[in-house]
Design a binder for this molecule. Sequence first.
Ligand code: ADP
Length: 244
Amino acid sequence: MTPSAENYIVWIGFEGKTLVLLLFGPPGCGKGTQSRLITNWLHVPAISTGDLLRAEVAAGTDLGKLAKGIMAAGGLVGDDLVNAMLARRLESDDCRDGFLLDGYPRTVEQAEFLDCLLAKRCLPAPILLHLDVPNDALVSRMTSRRECPACRRIYNLLHQRPLKEGICDDDRTPLITRKDDKEETVRERLDTYERVTRPVLAHYDYQNYHQIRGDRSPNYIFEEIVGVLEPFANRNGNSASGTH
Ligand code: ADP
């Protein structure tokens, strides 16, 4: 049975330590959807540097003003700024038992910074889940993507439509198309991924690396992720389903 929020399992550690999970993959590979499913299952926060930056833009902070143009053009925000923003976020109490990073690290420099940060805080090496999707599939996926600006739930007009057109199922907010999901920007983002982000994988060439085919339905992908993570999970109690 696939775990869900109702099928409640408490994550109490990865080999007795804090869980550090990296969700890695090209723009549009489904990281947002999977991080939502993983969070509901494991009750660790999903931290998306893209969402953190969009919040800075919306709040009109100095960082937001700087990031806005870079994001709209499909480039990457400077490492120092993103690293500092992430380090601040990881200080929050909700990260104590573990966290999932979505869209970070995105450069080799960010990966090196994360290594130091984890070592300094005596946190374990991360488990890396790499969602791989062929480039051709990504462009049509992203230009069909819609997002709820309130709860950040992601829909897709190709295969994950909302029940009512243009409206979020969860909170009835009108859905939006992100500015950086326009075709020209999407191609620029994919190019940036190939040049700058894919090389980060070489940094994590070790046993905690798991490649997962992302060109399947979200439920199949999630089942595979559960299969990868379950052996690490120390369940609360010995019941087979973990429900209560
Ligand atoms: P996607 O993964 O679909 O590209 P995100 O929401 O993760 O979307 O990121 C949106 C944009 O935010 C990126 O195109 C980039 O400009 C910026 N961004 C997000 N994370 C990082 C990061 N770790 N380093 C630099 N820029 C980032």
